[in-house]
Write a protein that binds this ligand. Structure first.
Ligand SMILES: [Zn+2]
Length: 102
């Protein structure tokens, strides 16, 4: 399996590169120390660097994880509930107005 640098997107040759394991268990592959320093120590984003932009483009960003999907679903439900509440309120208003007119 050919690994790609998580920062610049370059292919990492077998037996080379750095495998960085975060505290949460996620893996980050680096082809050299330059990429590691830029990502972890300097906190730079690959999309903002000319030499690393290929990695940012090639990487599937915004990949929907189970968590994000659940979040989106929860948001949709909330929005629906809000709209329902709004319509109910407006209905209530109209009924009160009608009651006052009588
Ligand atoms: Zn790299």
């Amino acid at each position: 399996m050919i690994m790609k640098c998580s920062f610049c997107g370059k292919e990492i040759k077998r037996g080379q590169g750095i495998l960085y394991v975060k505290k949460d268990g996620s893996l980050i592959y680096f082809d050299d120390g330059k990429c590691q320093t830029n990502m972890l120590d300097l906190g730079r984003k690959a999309a903002k660097l000319k030499w690393a932009r290929a990695g940012a483009i090639g990487r599937p960003t915004g990949q929907k994880t189970d968590r994000s999907v659940a979040k989106a679903a929860a948001k949709a439900v909330k929005a629906e509930a809000k709209e329902a509440a709004k319509t109910q309120k407006s209905e209530a208003k109209t009924t009160t107005v009608k009651a006052e007119k009588k």
